[in-house]
Design a binder for this molecule. Structure first.
Ligand SMILES: [Zn+2]
Length: 475
């Protein structure tokens, strides 16, 4: 039985999906106004571990991760300050959507680099405004929300469950607003803990018409609307960073349950934060690290992946270069083991798999899954792999033993995601990219053709144009 630690109940609970064999999951994703650092990727690594584990356990998963491209204000608690994306776009002197597209692509590149399996949907907030308006209108109709000029606020006094997730009922917010702009916003609210569903600001670049006035949606309403669009009124799992618990997820619950009258989410899972060499990561302090920089410095993407996932998601993580070195050595041992198995499966002593080997593989499989079943106990799951490797390394494996062990490793790699990508699929991918590039060149889109060549180069593939067509080799 799978058990998860539900933030809502603060307990380990058996995971009972709404529909047997299926799992609907919503992950709070990036606000695409800047580069995602390793702390962010730790949270995405956690959702990837969860997704891959549910896949391994045979669930038909529907995974949705939002892309926030409007409405996320600097002062999340007081609904005040500039829209993060628009402030960054003004600074860069580009259109907000241009900036969003750039950072969205960079985000996806980072996911690919760390071999994070793609979600099934990446909805953009700006493309779901009608769905948000529907919920806001519903809340107004029920008297759970109220208008202040062209703006709409949620009346928290109308939702008794507010505070259940975070334990924070928002009562202390009154004293908190010290900045002038926050004071102005707070003065519009009936109660300080009420929060914005719809804001109006003539200077805002991205605006929409709504029945109550022109403006833009608040950040929290995006996730209520997009999760409902793709997963329905009630779904199985919602994840985020622990900093999302309040106010973001508390407000999502209030909006969704206030609107539908049904339970919003069954299981809430939150990833703890990450410090860098013992310090809080802060761009303003110059203390921030991005995965691509680590790779440029010679670190291996799969080792970074492994390291970020190796600390239990509910434990705060202290990212250090020293520990990354240790993780790299561990991954290399596994990869070397995998290589030697491949060699043995081919050239080792003849023979079918021994009963003893098959039994230890079966046992390892059971222990591996059981460890992850227990709220994703990844340390124990990894220990199972190293135990198995040690005991098999001490034996003279036959071709059959090696083949059986390779089968086991391929199975667990559905979760690990560290084994070399199969040669055939890489070749097929390269061939496909070459075709794409040829097509781009035929339509004289040299920008696209250069981009494809650079993409391949980043994967260590060099393209060579020759009279009889394009050939490729490894760098
Ligand atoms: Zn969210």
């Amino acid at each position: 039985m799978i058990r998860f630690h539900n933030t809502l109940s603060r307990k380990l609970e058996d995971f009972v999906p709404i529909v047997a064999g299926k799992a609907g999951m919503y992950n709070c994703g990036p606000t695409v106004y800047s580069s995602q650092h390793i702390g962010n990727y730790r949270a995405y690594g956690f959702t990837d571990l969860l997704r891959r584990f549910l896949d391994l356990r045979g669930f038909e998963v529907t995974q949705v991760m939002n892309i926030t491209d409007v409405g996320h204000l600097r002062d999340e608690v007081h609904d005040a300050g500039e829209d993060k994306l628009e402030a960054a776009a003004r600074k860069a002197k580009v259109d907000p959507q241009q900036l969003a597209a750039m950072y969205t692509q960079e985000f996806f590149d980072g996911l690919d680099l760390l071999r994070v399996r793609r979600a099934h949907h990446y909805p953009r907030a700006t493309q779901h405004v009608p769905q948000m308006i529907e919920i806001i209108q519903g809340l107004l109709d029920k008297g759970i929300a109220y208008r202040v000029g062209d703006e709409v606020y949620y009346d928290v006094s109308r939702f008794p469950g507010y505070g259940a997730l975070s334990g924070n009922r928002g009562d202390e917010l009154e004293a908190g607003a010290s900045e002038r702009v926050a004071d102005e916003v707070m003065a519009k609210k009936r109660h300080p803990r009420d929060f914005a569903l719809w804001k109006s600001d003539p200077h805002h670049i991205q605006q929409w018409d709504a029945p109550w006035g022109r403006g833009f949606p608040g950040w929290h309403i995006e996730c209520s609307a997009m999760s409902r669009t793709y997963l329905g009124d009630t779904f199985d799992i919602h994840t985020g960073g622990e900093n999302n618990i309040f106010p973001h997820h508390e407000c999502e619950i209030a909006q969704s349950e206030g609107f539908t009258g049904k339970r919003f989410v069954n299981v809430w899972l939150h990833a703890a934060h990450l410090n860098l060499e013992g310090e809080k990561m802060a761009k303003s302090e110059g203390n921030v690290l991005y995965p691509k920089d680590l790779v440029a410095q010679g670190e291996s993407p799969v080792a970074i992946r492994w390291y970020l996932q190796s600390v239990h998601y509910r434990q705060p993580m202290n990212f250090t270069r020293e520990a990354l070195k240790g993780a790299t050595a561990g991954v290399e041992r596994l990869l070397n083991f995998h290589d030697s198995l491949k060699h043995r499966a081919d050239k080792g002593p003849e023979g079918v798999a021994a009963v003893k080997v098959v039994e230890s593989l079966d046992e390892a499989r059971v222990r591996y899954v059981a460890a992850l079943d227990e709220d994703l106990n990844v340390a124990e799951a990894n220990a199972v792999l190293f135990d198995l490797m040690r005991s098999l390394n001490a034996m003279d494996l036959t071709r059959g033993d090696a083949a059986a062990t390779l089968g086991f490793l391929t199975d667990v790699d559905q979760v690990l995601g560290i084994l070399p990508v199969a040669e055939e699929s890489l070749e097929a991918e390269v061939e496909r990219k070459i075709q794409e590039r040829e097509a781009a060149r035929r339509r004289k889109d040299f920008k696209a053709s250069d981009r494809i060549r650079d993409e391949l180069l980043a994967k260590g593939i060099v393209l060579m144009d020759s009279p009889d067509g394009v050939r490729w080799r490894r760098k």
